[in-house]
Design a binder for this molecule. Structure first.
Ligand SMILES: [Mn+2]
Length: 345
């Protein structure tokens, strides 16, 4: 439940699906969380009558059949200030809300919710462990599936099918399978390209389990790795392992990024590592905090972040290795368990 003190004339309207789920447990498509005074209401329509009673037990339920009806309802509450998700609502939504409700003072609730979502409870961590273990199991499986002539798309589909068969509600983002020269694209989603002997194959994938996302990346070589492939792989691995030195509560996220980046730069590959080291994961696959040069975030106990350095060389190929890490009061747990030794399939 949101930690924001509301005066008598203030309310909060939450519309973003992940935030609604976080606040209320509701998984349907149409619905709003509405707080005002000491009231907690969930507003939805006829289709979710049964579901909302089961999922939103702490809420008073209100039924409407159109979005503008909730704006009319808010008008009758005589609020003068409404907190909304400024980073989520559309201009259209806001204009209608303002016009119908008569409210003109809107404040942002985004940061309050994202700060709260950054720190995971034990229940959330348990769901994330499960989401990640489903992904790790899919990785084990895919190693038995990949062979010369199989397409990237088939590999992606097989990963996704395996995860859904094992309890995931879906993928947490478009599965990346980038092989050969395509592996130089950090976000090369799967194509009809067939994997060939000597290819790097980078697979970046994850699933959703009870709303929570997993995220992992492994790069393998089909056949024997060349010396240059081994050198690049081992440089990324060294950088990834180095970053763990600072994976603890109190560490500055920008310092963790630097730690890994220094390893890659001192090996002469600095210009080929063009993205940040990692990001928070939870109900969304990318959320605060961010591990990058510019980040002002500081790690705290309860956060879950990725550690995913990479090297991408246009006319050669690329490597990324990504784990997902739970920061504890002291130390950390790595939620992903798949090996990081270079696999030559
Ligand atoms: Mn990631």
């Amino acid at each position: 439940m949101l930690k924001v003190k509301l005066t008598r004339n203030e309310g909060v309207l939450i519309t973003k699906p992940e935030n609604k789920l976080y606040e209320s447990g509701f998984t349907g498509s149409f619905g709003f969380v509405l707080y005002y005074g000491d009231r907690k209401e969930f507003v939805t329509d006829f289709r979710y009558k049964k579901q909302v009673q089961e999922q939103c037990k702490d809420f008073d339920i209100k039924m409407v059949n159109k979005t503008y009806r909730i704006f009319e309802y808010i008008k009758d509450l005589n609020l003068d200030t409404l907190y909304i998700e400024k980073s989520h609502v559309t201009v259209d939504f806001l204009e209608n809300l303002s016009e119908i409700s008569g409210i003109s003072n809107f404040k942002s609730i985004d940061q309050v919710i994202s700060n709260s979502r950054m720190i995971k409870s034990d229940i959330e961590i348990a769901k994330m462990r499960k989401a990640q273990s489903i992904a790790d199991d899919a990785f084990d499986h895919i190693l038995t599936f990949i062979k010369e002539g199989v397409t990237e798309r088939e590999i992606a589909a097989e990963l996704e099918y395996h995860m859904v068969r094992n309890g995931a509600s879906g993928k947490s983002f478009n599965t990346i399978v980038a092989s050969g020269l395509r592996s130089s694209m950090p976000h090369g989603v799967a194509t009809d390209k067939k994997v060939e002997k000597g290819d790097f194959i980078t697979m970046d994938f994850g699933c959703v389990y009870q709303g929570y996302c997993s995220d992992m990346t492994r790069t393998i070589v089909l056949g024997k790795a060349s010396d240059r492939q081994k050198e690049i792989y081992n440089t990324v691995l060294k950088a990834q392992l180095k970053a763990f030195d600072l994976m603890k509560a109190g560490a500055k996220c920008s310092d963790i990024d630097s730690l890994a980046r220094d390893v890659i730069e001192s090996s002469g590959y600095g210009e080929y590592f063009g993205h940040g080291l990692g990001h928070g994961v939870g109900l969304e696959v990318h959320e605060t905090p961010y591990l990058s040069k510019e980040s002002e975030d500081v790690l705290k106990s309860g956060m879950v972040v990725t550690n995913e350095p990479g090297i991408y060389i246009n006319d050669f190929g690329g490597v990324r290795i990504e784990d997902i890490i739970y920061i504890k009061d002291s130390g950390y747990d790595i939620l992903s368990r798949s090996t990081k030794e270079l696999i030559e399939l």
